[in-house]
Design a protein around this ligand. Structure first.
Ligand code: ATP
Ligand code: MG
Length: 568
């Protein structure tokens, strides 16, 4: 039986696939516009990172690596209300875990608050910004729509002196939240709504996790981001497609200000993964309302969740590479991520035999107290992985669904009268089926062929099926957690608009098997260690494990060739 599945995906190794961003960078290096590539990954520390961020991290840090440049890690911490050091710490851990290094280029937008403030005064002095006393609702009402131009604020023509005085009063806490704001003076009739005098500073009487109570006004994202990029000398500022309409504002700000350089903003399509959500607001809600056990719940699309589940950094990097970079939004199938995981884990995971749903198998003609020890390869893909001993006795446990009393055509596993190979051990044939009072099969009485030790016989007769087993007396009960998709919708953005997205949560996303039986080798497993349970899939020891009760997460199943055959 081939456990190492063939796939529908393109498995050819390519060098780094080219994409339109690399094309732009190549051109900029050739023309001499830049000599060194400087990118950045700019998370807002208001939640844990998810697989979408991983794509952005792999892209930005990957470009820096490939072009021998550098990628900055910059916390975009302009909203004190939602941000927290817990998130800052988790983000750094996640970026490192993915295998990337920002060297000494760690920045916080809040480090620039003084300079951002000076630039704002500069804009005022140039007649390019004004303090507006419209309430947020009025600002919105005056903004117009996609089809209608906006209207000028009645405060738009304040003098430079008055604006400076009012802006300083804002800074000094003389106004209440929402009472006024600083707005860029651009064009209320612009077809691009982002250019209709956007707010660039607002009053927030909030404690900031880095600047404490120093500020009562905070700069807005669009204003902060372009200036931070310019101050750091970023060459290519790569962001997701929804910022395309913000690019004119990005460029406008930098064109007005005496900044050291003007980075180029480049947009790419964000990653959407099937059957999950990527919005930090929604993920936070799932955590806070306890739909999941935490940010690192193994069902979450967060990097912390994937790490706990047993996903590997290299599989995630491989996945990011394979999905590529484009300008068109789409949804990526979960199967591609699973494929990348199997590819990686197949090479490295130690093999063990674990029976998830046991029934007893007794070998009539095997001596009652005999114990044999078989050498089992730890990893047939890795000759250096060595071998381990597996105990074999008269009473074994096998997987209940490896037995069929009335097998369909093409069934090669255990059935009455049929001979199968017990992995690493002997051929056995089932002679009798014992059932309980409900008719449930509880034990199979078999005979074995002593000649078949090690899995073959002199007559070379054909035994197609190979099944895994454990010796009844040589097992360790373990808890196994089997995960399914968190949501029932392929495209979670396409649900009924009258329904809350949480109505699409998959109520069967976690299945617990409290008493799976593992060979004793499992006692050596460490938290976070990954295994292939033969014929079942890849599993990772969870941090919930206790010495009495080890817990294993299923990372990804192996392809079940039988289930596939049935579908056809
Ligand atoms: P929000 O701004 O709603 O809090 P966000 O997902 O944009 O959420 P950020 O912390 O601002 O979160 O994102 C950091 C970087 O990651 C940004 O450059 C953003 O474009 C990128 N990013 C976020 N989500 C995805 C995604 N699904 N695919 C690719 N890149 C993403
Ligand atoms: Mg964002």
């Amino acid at each position: 039986m081939d456990e190492n599945k063939k796939t529908d995906f393109d498995t050819t190794e390519t060098a780094v696939p080219s994409n339109f961003i690399r094309f732009i960078i190549d051109r900029d290096l050739e023309s001499g516009k830049h000599t060194k590539v400087i990118t950045r990954f700019p998370p807002e520390p208001n939640g844990y990172l998810h697989i979408g961020h991983a794509k952005s991290i792999c892209l930005n840090f990957g470009l820096a690596r490939d072009y021998k440049g550098v990628c900055h890690l910059r916390f975009d911490d302009t909203n004190p209300v939602k941000e927290d050091v817990e998130y800052v710490d988790s983000i750094m851990e996640d970026v490192r875990w993915l295998g990337f290094d920002w060297q000494d280029k760690l920045f916080y937008a809040s480090d620039y608050f003084d300079r951002l403030y000076s630039f704002a005064e500069y804009l005022i002095t140039e007649g390019k910004a004004y303090v507006c006393h419209q309430t947020p609702d009025e600002v919105r009402a005056y903004r117009g729509t996609l089809t209608q131009p906006g209207k000028n604020s009645p405060y738009r023509d304040r003098s430079v002196e008055e604006n400076l005085e009012l802006f300083r009063a804002m800074r000094d806490g003389k106004f209440a939240e929402g009472e006024c704001s600083l707005r860029a003076k651009i064009d209320m009739a612009s077809p691009n709504l982002n250019l209709r005098d956007p707010v660039i500073y607002r009053i927030k009487k909030a404690h900031h996790h880095r600047t404490g109570d120093k500020w009562q006004i905070y700069p807005m994202y669009d204003y902060t981001h372009c200036i931070s990029d310019a101050l750091e000398g970023i060459t290519h500022s790569i962001c997701t497609l929804e910022f395309e309409d913000h690019r004119p504002l990005y460029d406008w700000c930098l064109d007005q200000l005496p900044v050291p350089c003007h980075p180029q903003q480049i947009e790419f399509a964000r990653l959407n993964l099937a059957y999950t959500v990527m919005s930090k607001r929604k993920l936070l809600e799932l955590v806070q309302q306890k739909y999941v056990s935490g940010w690192d719940d193994p069902r979450m699309p967060t990097i912390a969740g994937m790490r706990r589940r047993g996903y590997t950094p290299s599989a995630i990097r491989d996945f990011s590479e394979r999905i590529g970079v484009s300008k068109a939004n789409s949804i990526v199938d979960y199967e591609l991520l699973q494929f990348c995981l199997r590819e990686d884990l197949n090479k490295s995971a130690k093999r063990l035999m674990v029976v998830l749903d046991p029934i007893r198998l007794t070998i009539q003609n095997y001596p009652e107290n005999q114990i044999e020890s078989f050498d089992a390869d730890n990893n047939p893909e890795d000759p250096n992985a060595g071998q381990r001993k597996v105990a074999f006795t008269k009473h074994l446990m096998i997987e209940a669904d490896d037995f069929a009393e009335n097998p369909a055509k093409g069934w090669f596993r255990m059935a009455p009268g049929m001979e199968v190979r017990l992995k690493h051990a002997y051929y056995v044939t089932c002679n009798e089926v014992i059932k309980d009072e409900h008719g449930k099969v509880v034990e199979l009485i078999c005979s074995y062929d002593p000649e078949s030790r090690g899995g073959g016989t002199a007559d070379n007769r054909r035994v197609k099926g190979t099944i895994h087993w454990v010796s009844e007396k040589h097992t360790r009960p373990i808890e196994v957690r089997i995960y399914d998709q968190l949501f029932t919708l392929y495209d979670t953005s396409a649900g009924d608009p009258d329904k809350d997205y949480k109505e699409y949560l998959n109520t069967d996303s976690l299945k617990v098997i409290p008493n799976a039986l593992a060979e004793l080798e499992i006692n050596n497993a460490e938290i976070g260690e990954r295994f292939q349970f033969l014929r079942q899939g890849y599993f990772c020891k969870d941090k919930d494990s206790t010495p009495e009760r080890p817990v294993f997460n299923r990372i990804v199943p192996l392809r079940d060739s039988w289930a596939k055959q049935q579908k056809k």
